[in-house]
Design a protein. Structure first.
Length: 120
């Protein structure tokens, strides 16, 4: 996850999801809407998901056996099914330049970042 600060309002909810964690950085909720928010708008504690998932075979079987839940269907975020199963999802904050791959065009953006990193 990466902190969006004030740029959260510019994030595309179709491509991005927003994370809420507890004090141990376990995922509490993820949404297509910028969360958390304040009465005045988006909070400075808004995080965007940039992820790599790792689960055991047994966890994936439970995920598969449950099928798509209504919450997962509403938000179109598969990780919510793991939360509904009571599984912990650990989140780690990333710093610096990062790029999620949500559409094929994002691959070129990642390659540019890698080239910049390798040339320094």
């Amino acid at each position: 996850m990466t902190n969006l600060s004030t740029s959260a309002s510019n994030a595309n909810p179709i491509l991005h999801s927003f994370d809420v964690t507890n004090f141990d950085n376990d995922l509490i909720y993820m949404s297509r809407s910028p969360v958390p928010s304040t009465k005045l708008g988006v909070s400075n504690n808004t995080y965007k998901q940039v992820c790599i998932y790792a689960f055991t075979k047994e966890e994936l079987k439970r995920f598969y056996d449950l099928g798509i839940t209504s919450l997962e269907s509403d938000e179109e975020i598969d990780i919510l099914r793991f939360l509904e199963l009571g599984m912990k999802v650990k989140m780690i904050e990333t710093y610096g330049k990062n790029q999620s791959v949500d559409v094929p065009e994002d691959v070129n953006k990642v390659l540019e970042i890698l080239n910049e990193t390798n040339s320094t």
